[in-house]
Design a protein around this ligand. Structure first.
Ligand code: NAD
Length: 379
């Protein structure tokens, strides 16, 4: 537990059904004269989807815009370089990201290289940014990574296949929008992957060495909300109550890990994502029960508490027995939303493990893991 800490909160988040309609007026209030809208082709092609709704609100408020729709999943350095070119050649003055974590991180990355130097690999690490980004708003469409309100920007170096993180308070969008109506049509598989990311982002800060009482409160409520709503959102995507609860969980988890950090699940998921271009949420979910089982001996009481938070009956059990139940509950959640059990499913090869383990131990998320591991442990 940390005793002295800075506590980072997003500035403004518009939350609830229909809030996307406010984006045009908010762009005006922020003096955005020509924002670059950063998104991907799938979202752009959706009739009346999140991009269409964002653009129609900007048009209603007479805010001209330019679109960059080249974002790839696990956004690459080439995406932020292309986006920067479009920004500069059209005299843009601000950025609006529309999508999930990939769009938000790509928009943050474009902002970073516009004001902090062209080589983003030199800026990997914690609080490396000297200059503010251009004004940035984020319209979120998955629940999710919480990138719309975090200080993290995760980019993949396509040449080295390494995913790296730029962590800075300057990355936090000025304004974000979480409108659950934009998430009703998220397909079941994507609901599972992104929802499991939210689950992990509440569990890792709860057992992190950088946690505090405030982040504990956020994690506990986020975990309860995921337990109440992820299965339902997966089985019945149009259940607005389940979608809303998942967004609330996402935001709570995001605020928690902005401050308490994460652990080996994320440090290792970044290696799988970078090496095999696999969906981030699926990587996190497959690793979750395995990594946390390994972590139990470093914090058995925390894991026993986790079991209770997840609704397990721990009456009469020893601390260790209760802690083991938390792993069973994590595994059950993964199975219920059809997460594959083996990393072979994303093409992982044993000959890559040693290098990935070495790199995971250097990932910014590794340092707050409750148990200190060796390369062999991670392999
Ligand atoms: P994503 O942004 O990569 O989106 C995945 C797919 O879902 C895309 O094809 C997209 O078009 C589609 N999609 C998004 N919203 C949709 C909607 N409403 N309806 C239908 N389809 C939709 O997925 P993600 O899981 O949100 O983001 C993953 C990325 O975020 C990874 O690169 C991961 O490393 C990163 N990440 C960032 C942070 C952070 O704090 N910055 C935290 C965790 C993960």
């Amino acid at each position: 537990m940390k005793e002295n800490f800075d506590f980072l909160m997003p500035s403004v988040n518009f939350f609830g059904s229909g809030v996307i309609k406010k984006i045009g007026d908010r762009a005006k209030m922020l003096n955005m004269n020509k924002p670059l809208v950063v998104t991907d082709k799938t979202l752009e092609s959706m009739d009346s989807g999140p991009v269409a709704q964002t653009l129609s609100s900007l048009e209603a408020a007479n805010v001209p815009y330019v679109i960059y729709d080249g974002v790839e999943p696990n956004p690459k350095i080439r995406n932020i370089q292309e986006g920067k070119k479009v920004y500069l050649s059209n005299d843009c003055d601000s950025i609006i990201t529309v999508g999930g974590g990939s769009s938000h991180d790509c928009g943050k990355g474009i902002g970073i290289i516009l004001t902090n130097g062209d080589d983003i690999t030199q800026l990997a690490g914690i609080e490396t940014l000297e200059n503010p980004l251009p004004p940035l708003m984020a319209v979120n469409t998955t629940a999710g990574t919480a990138s719309e309100l975090t200080r993290h920007c995760v980019i993949t170096n396509e040449e080295t296949k390494l995913k790296f993180v730029v962590v800075s308070w300057r990355n936090v969008p000025l304004v974000s929008f979480n409108d659950p109506m934009l998430m009703l049509d998220v397909p079941a598989g994507l609901t599972a992957a992104t929802g499991m990311d939210t689950f992990v982002q509440a569990i890792e800060p709860y057992v992190s060495t950088n946690r505090n009482e405030i982040t504990d409160g956020q994690c506990i409520q986020a975990i309860k909300l995921v337990e109440e709503s992820l299965r339902e959102a997966y089985a019945n995507g149009h259940n607005i109550e389940a979608r809303t609860k998942m967004v609330e969980a996402e935001m709570l988890g995001g605020m928690a890990f902005n401050n308490a950090d994460l652990g080996y699940v994320h440090a290792m998921a970044h290696q799988l994502g970078g090496q095999y271009d696999a969906p981030h949420g699926v990587c996190c979910a497959m690793l979750l029960p395995v990594v946390e089982k390994y972590n139990i001996i470093a914090a058995p009481e925390r894991f026993a508490q986790l079991a209770k938070i997840m609704g397990e009956n721990t009456a009469g059990l020893s601390t260790r027995e209760a802690a083991d139940l938390s792993i069973k509950a994590m595994r059950q959640m993964c199975d219920d939303v059809n997460i594959p059990r083996s990393i072979k499913s994303i093409g992982a090869k044993p000959e890559d493990f040693e290098l990935m383990a070495e790199n995971a131990l250097k990932d910014g998320n590794a340092f707050s893991n409750p148990r200190k591991g060796t390369k062999e442990d991670l392999v």
